[in-house]
Design a protein around this ligand. Structure first.
Ligand SMILES: Cc1ncc(COP(=O)(O)O)c(C=O)c1O
Length: 395
């Protein structure tokens, strides 16, 4: 419904490309785990910009870093060094254990870059086979990344690039088909857009073994799962995996657009001047925000909080779900949780929004909860209470 003082929804209808199925809500400000609409109504944000605001909205340390950097230097070309970029590169490589980083502006860009690198390096190693991706995955909306995605997103956008092969997610036996000619494998440890689907530990272990044995480049897409979302800095650390490349974005910059490709030395050093680049990637403003964001994750021990509150919330949701046969499953890890409903869940997400709780509905049937990692146990209780109210009314 149009708000008399806020024309945003009407302007969206008439002036924007209709790419998004938006909720009828205009958000105006945020603080911590809360956001406020144009009328000042408060919402508990269990979506966090889709797993972006990991340290909460407008964290004072991040705000200060952005303000100071904005007043100092917003952008310079990558033809020059800049201090925030080098500080972030140093901290991110230390924290992750990867050797080198390339900065870009979004998740799809990180995956595009990872694919470019994997193609070049694997070709130098004499491999000409496909890059393997898995059913249910989501790696972005560029032509290359939709090629590694579901058919519905590809329709009308062909011809798509060659050299990609899909295998079923979590099918351990099918992995035996992977030949040594394979250039790379890209995988999400938990599929976010696909419906909060967890990979089986055995499935990921076997992928890791095959990659080692056949010298295949392993790319783990940590765009949604990274920066502490699952209770470890990166989701692959829960599993027996040793990726060559990971891609990051969402939780990296606290909402200031930034993505990153992290790679091991032997891969990264095959990329030479001219192979890849970006005008904005790694600019001082984005890097200052991401540096402060990463410091907050470390200083406030958000991985621990994520594990603690995530476990508490998952148990609460699982206990709650037992009372409602229309809930099929509660799944996820850390503060990346999914409630799988029998019916389609968008109407449920709208009703939750009306009661002051923001969530998304993904893969049609899964209410996804990806709140800021600063969520408290009391706030987890509030999520459970609002959800219970809605479930009691029926779906
Ligand atoms: C796992 C994963 N990879 C890639 C992307 C694409 O990121 P972006 O929207 O920043 O291009 C997303 C976004 O939802 C994602 O969840």
């Amino acid at each position: 419904m149009a708000n008399p003082v806020d024309p945003s929804q009407e302007i969206f209808e008439t002036k924007h490309f209709q790419t998004y199925r938006r909720f009828p809500l205009t958000l105006a400000s945020g603080k911590g785990t809360r956001v406020y609409d144009v009328d000042g109504k408060e919402y508990l944000d269990a979506l966090a910009g889709i797993a972006v605001n990991n340290v909460g909205h407008c964290h004072p340390k991040v705000v200060k870093a952005i303000q100071e950097q904005a007043a100092t230097l917003i952008h310079v070309s990558n033809l020059y060094h800049n201090v925030p970029q080098s500080k972030l590169a140093d901290l991110l490589t230390k924290v992750s254990g990867f050797d080198r980083v390339f900065f870009c502006n979004s998740g799809l860009e990180a995956n595009e870059g990872a694919i470019k690198i994997a193609r070049k390096v694997s070709e130098q190693n004499g491999k000409t086979g496909p890059i393997i991706y898995f059913s249910g995955c989501f790696h972005g909306r560029s032509i290359t990344t939709i090629t590694m995605g579901k058919e519905a997103f590809q329709k009308g956008f062909g011809p798509l690039p060659e050299g990609f092969q899909q295998l079923p997610y979590n099918d351990i036996d099918v992995l035996d088909q992977i030949g040594s000619d394979t250039r790379a494998i890209i995988v999400e440890c938990i599929q976010g857009e696909g419906g909060v689907n967890l990979a089986n530990a055995g499935f990921l272990k076997k992928i890791g073994e095959i990659c080692k044995e056949k010298e295949i480049i392993l790319i783990v897409d940590e765009i949604q799962t990274g920066m502490g979302r699952t209770g470890k800095m990166f989701a692959y650390e829960h599993f027996d995996l040793d990726p060559d490349i990971i891609s990051l974005a969402k939780g990296l910059g606290s909402g200031v657009p930034i993505g990153a490709i992290l790679a091991k030395e032997d891969i990264a050093t095959k990329i030479v001047p001219g192979d890849h680049g970006s005008t904005f990637g790694g600019n001082p403003l984005a890097c200052a925000a991401a540096f402060a964001n990463l410091e907050v994750i470390l200083e406030e021990e958000l991985l621990l909080n994520c594990q603690k509150v995530g476990t508490y919330l998952k148990k609460g949701l699982t206990d709650l779900a037992k009372n409602y046969p229309f809930i099929k499953e509660v799944r996820g890890m850390g503060l990346m949780l999914g409630i799988v409903f029998e019916p389609e869940c968008r109407p449920i997400a709208i009703r939750l929004m009306e009661r002051g709780l923001l969530v998304s509905c993904t893969a049609m049937h899964v209410i996804r909860l990806v709140p800021p990692l600063i969520l408290t146990q009391d706030e987890a209780d509030s999520i459970l209470a609002i959800l219970k109210e809605i479930l009691e009314e029926g779906v």
